[in-house]
Design a binder for this molecule. Structure first.
Ligand code: TXA
Ligand code: MG
Length: 320
């Protein structure tokens, strides 16, 4: 099998109705989607992605009124956030109803719901009569895909169809939130800036900076999003020590002077964090293809989307 890349919603719906797995575009990253209500379909996602069953999946919906189909007594603050930011890069944890299989939530009592902001995928969801479970469409622990070709490069032999919605607008996975008592917990920093969440949620916001190797929120593994190179912090780069090494750079806004430009990528010449986010995963993939042993990565300013960018960069590091 080699996946067809196309924009045919009917074809994508056909495969999904047959319990197959289809890659779908979203504004954050591409997802690997299947019928969230069918255990056989969901099992295929874990198999294609080589994902451990303890790492639960996000369920994608296309209308606010679907929350009540899958969630029990949703907290009013969470509804407010959904109303403010959906469709958009925000995933919300709700107490799940029984229609959501335990396989989807890895046995947890909450289900992660999100309404993605991508026209093709919203139309697709309206053409099928089930929600779509979808993790990012990359092999487990590798960099997330931000265009159809990224998906094809790694999973093209394992799925029948990739719905091509172009390059992802945001380029970082969604932010994940849920209530802990009356506080809002941010389980994953992502495409929706904390500053924006604060405009709507007036209570206490706690950011989960968990980076252990057995995380409380599964999926937040210490080593994740990672190319197959030695990944080091740019702060530890020393031109004297590394002068004969075969190295590359991922820089924020300025090239490293003493190294040729083919061995480095800058994320945004204008030091623009949205542009840096959009280009981040593609840049990591491009550097991973170069004939180099080591990549030095430079962290970006810790504001707005910079928090999520730095979180992903930190998780690429070797032995941190
Ligand atoms: O932007 C996104 O969120 C993309 C697109 C495709 O929607 N999806 C995505 O999925 O990034 P994935 O599987 O790569 O990351 C989902 C994260 C995982 O870390 C998982 O542990 C967490 O969401 N998650 C899902 N369901 C959960 C639950 N019930 N409780 C706690 N964490 C959950
Ligand atoms: Mg992922």
């Amino acid at each position: 099998m080699s996946a067809i890349i196309g924009q045919d919603i009917k074809k994508a719906a056909h495969y999904l109705n047959s319990n197959d797995v289809v890659a779908i575009p979203t504004e954050t990253v591409y997802g690997l989607a299947a019928n969230a209500l069918d255990i056989n379909a969901v099992t295929k996602i874990f198999e294609v992605k080589n994902r451990p069953y303890f790492d639960p999946l996000i369920v994608h919906i296309s209308a606010l009124n679907e929350i009540n189909k899958y969630a029990k007594t949703p907290h009013p603050e969470l509804i407010k956030l959904a109303e403010a930011f959906w469709p958009g890069p925000l995933t919300i944890l709700f107490d799940k109803k029984d229609v959501i299989p335990d396989l989807v939530t890895s046995g947890l009592s909450r289900v992660a719901l999100r309404m993605p902001n991508h026209e093709l995928t919203l139309q697709l969801l309206q053409n099928i009569d089930f929600p779509l479970a979808a993790p990012s469409a990359n092999p487990f622990s590798y960099v997330s895909p931000t265009c159809a070709q990224h998906v094809h490069d790694q999973l093209g032999e394992k799925i029948p169809y990739i719905l091509d919605g172009g390059a992802c607008d945001i380029g970082l996975e969604s932010s994940i939130v849920g209530m802990e008592g009356e506080n809002l917990m941010i389980y994953r920093k992502g495409g929706l800036e904390i500053e924006r969440i604060r405009e709507i949620f007036k209570g206490k916001i706690i950011v989960n900076d968990n980076s252990s190797s057995s995380p409380a929120a599964p999926g937040m593994l210490k080593k994740h999003y990672s190319p197959n190179k030695i990944m080091l912090d740019y702060k530890d780069y020393n031109p004297m020590i590394h002068q004969f090494d075969n190295i590359g750079f991922l820089k924020f806004s300025e090239y490293e002077k003493n190294i040729n430009s083919e061995q480095q990528i800058i994320l945004s010449e204008n030091a623009n964090l949205s542009e840096a986010a959009q280009r981040l995963f593609g840049a990591l993939r491009s550097l991973d293809k170069l004939d180099i042993d080591t990549i030095f990565i430079e962290f970006v300013p810790e504001i707005g989307l910079g928090l999520a960018i730095n979180d992903r960069l930190k998780r690429t590091l070797t032995d941190h």
